[in-house]
Design a binder for this molecule. Structure first.
Ligand SMILES: [Mn+2]
Length: 221
């Protein structure tokens, strides 16, 4: 697909998404974040107790694919619209989407009453195997153990996965460990990482009826 066709495809997707917004259920753990800078303008609408429905349009097709994966396997209803300075490169857009999504996550979690707090998952995708561990602790930390050899997947810069995860962990105020046991193909490694993150996050955000109040000996998260 040429540049012009790709731009037309993006416009078509944009118009289709604008015509059909995500329906948000009436439950409470939701957030809407709007973030505008000179480099990007981003809107995120998130429901933690969703059905995996996604309406994603960031202008970076591979990022769209990964966010759709995150929503699907994390049972999030997720809407992300981004306009970034892609004529520079994808860095601002990818990082700022991570920031906005992290902020939405933190806001939707609220006071974290009744949540499991910890979650982990190991996901394979063909030869790739990635594990994710999450602690919705209020203390931002990223341990990034992906080893992606290829610089690009399609037109996506693979090093931006690190920037995205750092931004997400910082703004969500969560501890996130991502470690790759095996993997050769960059698309597989990254997709396995997003799936593992989705499953780990889904576990951590779930309400556990045995948890009274906030799951911390300090009484706050
Ligand atoms: Mn894929």
């Amino acid at each position: 697909m040429g540049r012009k066709e790709a731009a037309m495809a993006r416009e078509k997707k944009r118009a289709a998404l604008a015509a059909e917004p995500v329906e948000q259920p009436a439950s409470g753990r939701r957030a809407r974040v709007h973030r505008k800078t000179r480099e990007t303008e981003i809107t995120v609408v998130l429901d933690l107790d969703g059905r995996g429905e996604a309406r994603i349009d960031t202008g970076v097709p591979f990022l769209d694919h990964m966010l759709e994966t995150l929503a699907r396997h994390g049972f999030l209803n997720l809407e992300v619209h981004a306009r970034g300075d892609l004529q520079v490169d994808q860095h601002h857009t990818v990082e700022d989407v991570g920031l906005a999504l992290g902020q939405a996550l933190r806001e939707a979690l609220g006071d974290k009453r009744g949540i499991r707090r910890f979650g982990s998952a190991v996901c394979p995708l063909d030869e790739a195997l990635v594990q994710a561990a999450v602690d919705l602790s209020g203390r931002p930390y990223l341990a990034y153990g992906l080893n992606i050899r290829a610089a690009r997947v399609g037109n996506f810069d693979t090093e931006l996965v690190h920037d995205f995860m750092q931004a997400l962990a910082n703004q969500a105020a969560m501890n996130l460990h991502l470690h790759q046991t095996s993997g050769r193909n960059a698309h597989h490694i990254i997709e396995a990482a997003f799936k593992a993150l989705a499953r780990a996050l889904d576990m951590a955000k779930q309400i556990d009826p045995r948890v009274v109040d906030v799951p911390s000996t300090k009484g706050t998260l």
